[in-house]
Design a protein around this ligand. Sequence first.
Ligand SMILES: NC(=O)C1=CN([C@@H]2O[C@H](COP(=O)(O)OP(=O)(O)OC[C@H]3O[C@@H](n4cnc5c(N)ncnc54)[C@H](OP(=O)(O)O)[C@@H]3O)[C@@H](O)[C@H]2O)C=CC1
Ligand SMILES: O=C(O)C1=N[C@H](C(=O)O)C[C@H](O)C1
Length: 255
Amino acid sequence: MIKVLVAGFKGKMGQQTVKMVLEHEGFELVGVYDPHAAEEKLENNTIVYHDLTKIPHKCADVWVDFTSPRSVYENVQAALTKEIHPLVGTTGLTDAQVENLQHLSAQQKTGGLIVPNFGISAVLLMQFAQQAAKYLPDVEIIEMHHDQKVDAPSGTALNTAKKIAEVRQKRQQGNPQETETLPGVRGADYEGMRIHAVRLPGYVAHEQVLFGGTGEALTIRQDSFDRSSFMTGVALAIKKISGLSGLEIGLENIL
Ligand SMILES: NC(=O)C1=CN([C@@H]2O[C@H](COP(=O)(O)OP(=O)(O)OC[C@H]3O[C@@H](n4cnc5c(N)ncnc54)[C@H](OP(=O)(O)O)[C@@H]3O)[C@@H](O)[C@H]2O)C=CC1
Ligand SMILES: O=C(O)C1=N[C@H](C(=O)O)C[C@H](O)C1
């Protein structure tokens, strides 16, 4: 049995993860964590932790984190220090934070995985976009999410831009003389690529990558209509994470 702890268990993704772990015959839910939770135990007697320092060393094999950009760094530090493999779905870690966590992971000899998106459609979108950018280097990214999301751009959009930047030179896009008569209207700039974030009720998680060439265009789009779609990826990562020696980024590392 793989022992799993879920941080952020009351949230939208945390609840899906708890359900999946309880239903999976190879997994055992050994604890859940939320500093703001009122209860001491779940209905099935699973222990509820409220304080990071009270979570015992090596009490779980995997720490699944679906919390918030404000808490994820501290949580992953705690998991690594306790020699629990962190499986990080939470977005918003900065590059410097990721680098520090990778050092800690090496020091602790405890591997882990940061996954900007557990959906197979999003993983494929990122791979196809990287491939397309080799031939169509003028790109804009539009991500669309529910209006409760706290971070922008989405982790998926930022990771898409980083993957594209690996295969193309930084380039200026659009008219060098362009001006914004409404500030921000052209979106954020990542190495010359524009990223636009839409937040609307009714949406879940969606992304379009638009490529323009001479007289032609390509649009790649993925849609996550339901959060249960992320659970196949979470389950697979829980099974495979102990095989990772460092703190890696992207579900593709275990596919
Ligand atoms: N990688 C992927 O495929 C996906 C990633 N995500 C990411 O996962 C994260 C969570 O998303 P979602 O579930 O929608 O968000 P929610 O706001 O629904 O849930 C977050 C939960 O974390 C709790 N929380 C806050 N601080 C802490 C802490 N220090 N330790 C433990 N729990 C804490 C919150 O409690 P309280 O409300 O009391 O503060 C809340 O219950 C986001 O960063 C989102 O971008 C989402 C979907 C897919
Ligand atoms: O907050 C969300 O909902 C999601 N967050 C992740 C992100 O920021 O990319 C993954 C998915 O888009 C859902």
